[in-house]
Design a protein around this ligand. Structure first.
Ligand code: ADP
Ligand code: MG
Length: 710
């Protein structure tokens, strides 16, 4: 049954990680070694400011990058970008100039290229504007060598200027939040000029044997198993099972970690298993732009390395029913150019007022724009996970921990206290107590979609296959918007004569009150919470196409335009692409389900049934009781009939929906009339048949074979 393979060993180039960390990256330190000092200065300044590099510097950088790449045996280069398909794209070119018979790499080829934009989703932008796209170097993310190719991180935009990728709006949102946060920081420290969002991604994934993967058409086509009975040894037995990572997986982990370190991805060894066959990798946090590239690159890398170990990585949010799904926990904080983490409580009460200001602003932002956050994590795959009692619900709420929550309550209440000159305001308002809470991050709530975890917020509802740029752009934008308004309100109070600290506290109090209903400390998985949330008027959008409606709201377009992150055309294009993507996913799953049911499951069940009928007849001819056999035969018939009827019904529903021209209606129809109406019903009968039919007959690799890797 279970495939048993030897592990594939792989050794680090040196016992010391510092000997090879970043060896495949053409970063600032390498540039410093090889570029003329004046050029290096211009390049590093451009990176610092996020500005363009002049053409003569680009020429020098290209020449140096080429020399470095050639010295490492690399012959090709590519612009590496993140189109809206959700993976990364590359178009490889060789350094070799066939005419001149030399290796060449021009500055212009470094700075800009033209991939064929028509092969990437654009949500109608291209047809509307007849726009072609180009990729442009983003110097803030360093070049690197991957699979023997020099990769140049780029953004991807149309010639009319619309963003066709994930990175462009992300970079703009990083700027937006800096612009909004810095003025508030300056109320506390005049030296702050810039604020940078940081991101640490905890990535969950499943690993299965590659041969078994290949034997499951649903995994190959849809990334998840549409059928399959739970293994007897499921998560219940976690104590026995967890902690012993199979040696093949261990070897794979070691291998991809070494490769990741060479690429400058700061993976720290931390492996824990969450469900059978499920693992996690969590690189140390970095500046958001880099962390985003690194997460995309890491996923690619894991996929490639797994191949060498005859393994397959499943990044799908819910590859196996009845087992934990996979998420991507986005740890987010804001760090000033003076080195202060704005979500880090400190021992100084004054700094804690700043901490509280950013904390409260974040809660308020999530409160005001919960639907935008919900939309940012919506995908067909993540719908199986959210609210499945093992992942955060589709209801967006914020967890702060009881102590911090208490501080906010007190601040709200005591805000009425009059502060006289010479009073210790911090003491009077209870803010001075914060330092005690601070270092205690034991107060955790794994059921919350958005939790404060000591010195950062953790957005836990993001799907494991998602490009984090989407949710992070949304988070930056909503936080930027609240911070901007907040600053204006504080300023208005100051202009009205309030002392600065009092002005801040007054605004905080108002925000705490206005955003209270989004705070939740209890069990997010419970039914009581769903009821309570409804009473509080919080949305509970369980299905992606419905959750995406907010992307076409006027207020959303205004928000994104206000911060120059996306314009209305780009936003609508994104809405459309995501609806299209949703439809495609559900359509594929539904087809795979139909095919497997009709071509594999039913014929097998009938074959087995025929055996049972022969058996029953045999028993009868001997004058024996055939009751048990007959009962099984009739059960099997019932399930076969049900599967058949429902597959037909589902196919009809698809046909009907495909005629629907309104894409939002079509996507919603796929959610309710295809997925909700048929998936579970069909699966129920097929999984029952799996139990009835003799193991030897069953055509699909079973859960227990896939999940318990040897
Ligand atoms: P846990 O969530 O179990 O507490 P860690 O504390 O190790 O785990 O953090 C998980 C992730 O959060 C890691 O990727 C870590 O680098 C990241 N992280 C820690 N501090 C910050 C921060 N200030 N900003 C962003 N991410 C952070
Ligand atoms: Mg965590």
């Amino acid at each position: 049954m279970v495939q048993s393979r030897e592990k594939v060993s792989f050794d680090a180039p040196s016992p010391k990680i510092s000997d090879y960390f970043g060896s495949e990256v053409f970063g600032l330190s390498k540039m410093k070694d090889v570029l003329a000092p004046t050029v290096y200065k211009r390049v590093s300044e451009a990176i610092e400011k996020g500005s363009k590099i002049d053409s003569s510097s680009a020429e020098e950088v290209a020449t140096a990058a080429k020399a470095w790449a050639l010295s490492k045996g690399v012959t090709h280069y590519t612009h590496w970008f993140q189109p809206l398909t959700g993976s990364t794209a590359e178009k490889h070119d060789t350094f070799f100039d066939a005419h001149a018979k030399i290796e060449r790499f021009k500055g212009s080829a470094l700075v800009q290229q033209e991939p064929d934009a028509s092969s990437f989703p654009n949500g109608g932008i291209r047809t509307t504007f007849e726009a072609r796209g180009y990729t442009a170097w983003d110097p803030s993310s360093p070049m690197f060598i991957f699979e023997n190719t020099l990769c140049i991180p780029t953004i991807f935009v149309s010639y009319t200027g619309e963003a066709l990728d994930y990175k462009t709006p992300l970079l703009k949102s990083v700027e937006a939040i800096s612009n909004a946060a810095a003025p508030i920081c300056q109320l506390f420290d005049r030296n702050v000029k810039k604020v940078v969002p940081s991101l640490g991604v905890e990535q969950e994934y499943f690993v299965i044997d590659k041969a078994l993967y290949a034997a499951r058409p649903d995994l190959v086509m849809a990334g998840r198993t549409v059928f399959g009975h739970n293994p007897a040894r499921g998560q219940q037995l976690d104590d026995h099972y967890f902690g012993s990572i199979p040696s093949r997986v261990k070897a794979f982990m070691k291998h991809f970690e070494i490769e990741a370190l060479k690429l400058g991805i700061p993976v720290s060894t931390r492996h824990n298993e969450v469900a059978p066959g499920q693992f996690e990798v969590a690189p140390v946090f970095e500046e958001m732009n880099k962390a985003t590239d690194h997460n995309q690159l890491l996923m690619d890398l894991m996929d490639k390395v797994a191949d060498q170990h005859h393994l397959k990585i499943l990044f799908h949010e819910k590859p196996f029913a009845g087992l934990n799904g996979s998420g991507k926990h986005n740890n987010w904080s804001l760090i000033t150019d003076t080195g202060v983490n704005l979500f880090q409580p400190s021992n100084s009460a004054r700094e804690n007022l700043q901490f509280l200001t950013f904390l409260v602003a974040t809660v308020k932002a999530v409160h005001d724009h919960a639907d935008i956050l919900r939309a940012s994590i919506g995908s067909a795959g993540n719908d199986f996970r959210l609210g499945a009692n093992e992942a955060p619900p589709a209801i967006i709420s914020v967890f702060l921990g009881s102590t911090l929550s208490g501080v906010l309550d007190e601040l709200e209440k005591n805000g009425n206290i009059k502060i006289e000159k010479g009073d210790n305001m911090y003491m009077k308002l209870g803010i001075s107590k914060i330092p005690e809470i601070i270092l205690d991050n034991t107060d955790r709530n794994r059921t919350s979609p958005f939790a404060f975890t000591g010195n950062k917020f953790e957005f836990r509802a993001v799907g494991s296959s998602s490009n984090v740029a989407g949710p992070m752009t949304a988070l930056n934008v909503i936080a930027a918007d609240t911070l901007r308004t907040m600053y204006k309100e504080i300023q208005a109070e100051i202009d009205g004569g309030a002392e600065k600290k009092i002005a801040i506290v007054n605004v905080l109090r108002k925000y705490i009150k206005d955003s209270k209903r989004v705070r939740f400390e209890g069990d997010g998985y419970s039914e009581e919470w769903a009821n309570e949330a409804e009473k509080r008027g919080l949305s509970n959008l369980k299905s992606t196409p419905f959750a995406l409606d907010v992307l076409s709201a006027k207020s959303t377009a205004e928000l994104y335009e206000r911060h120059k992150v996306l314009n209305v055309t780009e936003l609508h294009a994104r809405h459309e692409i995501r609806l299209e993507n949703y439809i495609m996913k559900v359509q594929i799953e539904s087809r795979v389900m139909g095919d497997l049911a009709l071509n594999h499951v039913i014929p097998t069940a009938i074959r087995y049934q025929t055996k049972l009928i022969e058996n029953a007849n045999g028993l009868k001819s001997l004058g024996l009781d055939a009751k048990a056999a007959i009962e099984t035969i009739s059960e099997i018939s019932k399930h076969i009939e049900s599967v058949k009827a429902n597959v037909i019904g589902m196919t009809d529903a698809r046909r009907r929906l495909n005629k629907e021209e309104d894409i939002a209606k079509r996507a919603k129809g796929y959610s309710t009339d295809v997925k909700d109406a048929y998936f579970d019903t069909i699966r129920y009968s097929v999984d029952k048949l799996e139990l009835f039919v003799d193991d030897e007959f069953w055509p699909l690799v079973k859960y227990r074979e896939m999940l318990f890797l040897r």
